[in-house]
Design a protein around this ligand. Structure first.
Ligand SMILES: Nc1ncnc2c1ncn2[C@@H]1O[C@H](COP(=O)(O)OP(=O)(O)OP(=O)(O)O)[C@@H](O)[C@H]1O
Ligand code: SF4
Ligand SMILES: [Mg+2]
Length: 366
């Protein structure tokens, strides 16, 4: 049985904080760090590197179009991903997972930051340049019902991208598509059928086949199994794993299901209100979580061992609005360990073990 632990509310200290000065100091430090990082050479070992990604959406504009209020959906997110690896991105609803995925693919133009894909800085690629590399970066959505064109057959849906991107000579397209269908667990006679004839799991297999038909190097999987029955989820996850091994694919796997993320990921990024709170290997995140938010989030993952005693950390309060995030540490309004400093000073996102990053004052002994 999981025990629930509710920890104390924040305690005050006697330090007087000048919030405006602290915010300015933090901003200057962050900008300096960003400029240094933007000049760094690209790591040849990684397929995707995201540096200080920021994405804002306008909330209010004047009649002249000047933005007077904006929502920072993704704030200063950085990570690296190697070919053949899976990065799981987790966090509560609205924390910026989808926006991060879409900004990587440039379906949203980043407000700031750098996206380096396969050794190329694509941040400022225009749509013609993006078209050239679009086939190397694909996306699978949560809803397999709405993401397939209803009036095309499976054969038509899968042949189109293969023809557009000239993956194989025209006369070999059908053979190529049938082979791909077999790899994705789709029978050959489905070729002539329409999406509405299939269940959710089969439709998601079609979506996976369509994404992989152009031989991508990176696939963003945005909650790809959340809309499916639990019994089907494992089949789809296993299929994604098998295809990853066969094609050396890198996945960014977005999910709020931590058990699924635990199963599929090599690395995990934990997001809260647009920012990366912690990032590390799956082992580091599960066996040695550093950030109080990660600890609370992962304390809710069911343990398959019924005799194991787990302590569930219950977070108090609602998630604040991303349009108006708390000052200092953005998690302080819900953090069981928050101190006065947390309300005023934004903790730095730093490396505490090899490839293990987090942002929390506790880790600096504050
Ligand atoms: N096009 C948009 N215009 C304005 N705000 C947006 C837009 N897209 C997303 N947002 C806001 O950005 C924040 C992050 O949204 P996002 O969809 O990335 O979150 P998420 O982590 O994927 O959530 P969920 O788990 O619910 O899918 C949310 O507050 C959302 O309302
Ligand atoms: S800095 Fe750390 S201790 Fe302070 S509120 Fe944030 S997560 Fe909690
Ligand atoms: Mg989402």
């Amino acid at each position: 049985m999981a025990e629930e632990k509710v920890l104390n509310t924040p305690k005050a200290d006697s330090t007087v904080y000048d919030d405006a000065a602290l915010a300015a100091e933090y901003k200057a430090k962050r900008e300096k760090q960003q400029q240094e990082d933007f000049q760094k050479p690209f790591d040849p070992d990684v397929i995707l590197e995201v540096r200080h990604l920021r994405k804002c959406f306008p909330l209010k504009k004047t009649v002249t179009g000047k933005v007077t209020k904006e929502l920072v959906a993704v704030d200063d997110v950085s990570f690296k991903l190697k070919a053949g690896e899976t990065l799981g991105i987790v966090g509560e609803s609205g924390c910026g997972k989808t926006t991060t995925g879409r900004a990587i693919l440039k379906l949203h133009q980043p407000t700031a930051g750098q996206i380096i894909f396969d050794g190329k800085d694509i941040t400022h690629y225009n749509s013609a340049q993006m078209r050239q590399i679009r086939k190397e970066m694909q996306i699978i959505f949560q809803d397999p019902y709405s993401s397939l064109p209803p009036r095309s057959t499976v054969g038509g849906i899968l042949s189109e991208p293969v023809e557009v991107h000239k993956i194989v000579p025209k006369e070999q397209v059908k053979e190529y598509v049938l082979e791909l269908m077999e790899k994705c667990g789709l029978r050959d006679y489905y070729y002539e059928r329409y999406p509405h004839e299939f269940s959710g799991g089969q439709r998601q297999r079609i979506c996976i086949a369509r994404a992989l038909s152009v031989k991508p190097k990176l696939v963003i999987c945005d909650e790809p199994v959340s809309a499916l029955d639990v019994s089907i989820q494992a089949q789809i996850i296993n299929l994604l794993k098998k295809l990853q091994r066969d094609m050396n694919l890198a996945y960014v796997f977005i999910s709020h299901d931590l058990s699924v993320v635990k199963f599929i990921s090599d690395k995990i990024g934990v997001m809260y209100l647009g920012a990366m709170m912690e990032f590390g290997t799956k082992e580091a995140i599960f066996t040695n979580p550093l950030h109080p938010y990660t600890k609370a989030l992962f304390s809710a993952v069911p343990n398959p061992d019924p005799t194991a005693k787990t302590q569930r950390i219950k977070l108090q309060g609602d998630i604040p609005s991303p349009a108006n995030p708390p000052k200092g540490c953005r998690f302080h309004t819900r953090c069981p360990y928050a101190k006065e400093i947390c309300k005023h000073v934004t903790p730095e996102y730093k490396e505490y073990g090899e490839g293990h990053f987090a942002a929390c004052h506790l880790l600096d002994g504050e």
